[in-house]
Write a protein that binds this ligand. Sequence first.
Ligand code: TXA
Ligand code: MG
Length: 318
Amino acid sequence: MELVVNATEGINRAARILREGGLVAVPTETVYGLAADATNGDAVAKIYAAKGRPSFNPLIIHVDGVEMAKRYGRFDERAIKLAERFWPGPLTLVLPLAESHGLAPAVTAGLDSVAMRQPSGPMAELATLLDRPLAAPSANSSGRISPTLAQHVAVDLGTKVDLILDNGPCPVGLESTIISLVGETALLLREGGLDRSVAAQIVGPLVKPKPDANVAAPGMLSAHYAPRIPLLRDFSSPMPEGMAFLGFGEDMHEPGLNLSPSGDVNEAARNLFAMMQELDRSGARSIGVAPIPHHGLGAAINDRLQRAANGSGDGDGR
Ligand code: TXA
Ligand code: MG
């Protein structure tokens, strides 16, 4: 049987595999996710094993709407407003865990909160077909660049998944924005595909937890999204021998790729991970990246680039 199939044609096969406790890579608007039945402990354990993910790092569950989400998390007024406005979309809400939720304990890694989002496309469709949420981290080995193409998943995790649904490139290209509403202050746990100033219009200014507050955001390791070769941000001096450039707008040098020739941060977000992967595999010895503006999705792009710079150059993936 083929491993990579068209998302529409493969949806029933995917549902069958998930019901039987298997792993399926499923596209969302943000990145490809590595999905399993969130109520099946053995299936969820396979996610951690396939990614080499530390067990203290909890997973996001993917639902088909607020109604399903309410079985797992306790919604207050702010949460309802955010979900109504931005779901389906690149927004994950961390909420207090509901009673008798039935999730596999490994999903929340022992926390008394749960991260949830309603994505668009086949992931939500599968949640409907199973009438239960899918636990899904990004479908990459832990510490490596998140996949925005089915091919990325096939190269990285091809031997570890039962099926990969192909829906072409992910339209947003960065993981979801994560907002915690566990306490009174809305916390921005991760910059992401939803412009945070847009969310702030509904819940007021978002507070970023201190960088060492690992309890609030257990997965936000400072080194992440790492290419194998060194990555240097805000690069402007003459390029050394063997460097490939990741340009933006008019700031472009050869050899290299341009995230957005027109200087559009949304286009740059869409291209970021695929271009990082391409340069990482191009035979170049290092990657220099042009300065990226911080407005809109630029904040999330700069966040990913900083983590990529911190974790890059180890040659074998952490
Ligand atoms: O766009 C996305 O969010 C993608 C797609 C597949 O949905 N998923 C994704 O998952 O990026 P992952 O596992 O790569 O990142 C999930 C993040 C981790 O940093 C994890 O620590 C955090 O969400 N998280 C999960 N549950 C949490 C909780 N209860 N409290 C705080 N952070 C949580
Ligand atoms: Mg990830």
